[in-house]
Ligand binder design. Structure first.
Ligand SMILES: [Zn+2]
Length: 258
């Protein structure tokens, strides 16, 4: 049984530690210090490092941890991440050493040009580590990719089993829900989510992971064909929008200034 732990870092990042027995792997260690502290406190040995994309708050601790633990580093083949022991592209399978959990790699460009996600979709407990692509009730900014690319990437994640737990890399949920309410005020699932996740934050708890099912019900970036989302996007744009990609592009741009 693999346990997944959130290690908070920086302002609002979650660095994810997978642990089985005394073995551990880490996803997106933006900072080595908090990970090293967590490993020492739990008596864990680091056997693998996984990266989703090249931003510093995701890979800043990779070199130090790899040097200290002499463990392999896995990451995207086409995102400018250096120091990889294995460069991954869509469709490849990876069994994480030590924790012995298997992942399939998805290409999910948009936030960066070569962003990947790690999916374990088999068995009773599917999970995805999606970095800064899909957030709880939101999605990453388009720094390097197009709206069409990001839409396609989100569609791949949306097609995972509904119970798949979504491990994104930031605690942005309440701000994302406030934006989602502006886009889709008539969505009752959104009001329920706001109450539940607001209570979690009030107790000092993480709102991550969510599930793909929750995201399909509440995340406006996965709902670009819903009439209320389309209407809000068209009102914001001041014109008709031809298709769901145009709706996505409009609400993604709207969110940047919300
Ligand atoms: Zn990023």
């Amino acid at each position: 049984m693999v346990q997944i732990h959130a290690v908070p870092a920086f302002q609002d990042n979650y660095l994810w530690v997978l642990a089985r027995g005394r073995h551990a792997a880490v996803v997106d260690p933006g900072d080595a210090g908090p990970i090293q502290g967590f490993l020492e406190a739990r008596g864990l040995a680091l056997d693998a490092i996984l990266a989703t994309h090249h931003h510093g708050d995701h890979i800043g601790g990779v070199a130090e941890l790899a040097r200290r633990w002499k463990c392999p580093v896995y990451g995207p083949a086409h995102d400018g991440v250096t120091g990889l022991d294995r460069a991954l592209v869509e469709g490849e399978r990876l069994t994480v050493p030590g924790v012995d959990l298997s992942f399939e790699v998805l290409d999910v460009p948009g936030h960066t040009a070569g962003h990947i996600a790690y999916v374990h979709a088999t068995g009773d407990d599917p999970v995805v580590f999606c970095g800064d692509t899909l957030f709880a009730c939101g999605c990453g900014r388009l720094f390097e990719g197009t709206a069409a690319q990001m839409s396609a990437s989100l569609a791949k994640l949306a097609a995972l089993p509904a119970k798949t737990r979504v491990y994104c890399a930031h605690e942005y949920t309440m701000a994302n829900i406030r934006f989602a309410e502006a886009v889709e005020p008539g969505n009752p699932a959104l009001a329920q989510r706001k109450a539940r996740d607001g209570a979690r934050r009030a107790r000092g708890e993480a709102t991550v992971p969510s599930t793909i099912g929750e995201e399909l019900a509440t995340n406006p970036f996965l709902r670009c064909g819903e009439p209320e989302v389309v209407a809000s996007a068209e009102r914001h744009a001041g014109r008709r929008l031809a298709d769901p990609i145009a709706v996505f592009a409009e609400i993604r741009a709207w969110k940047n200034t919300f």
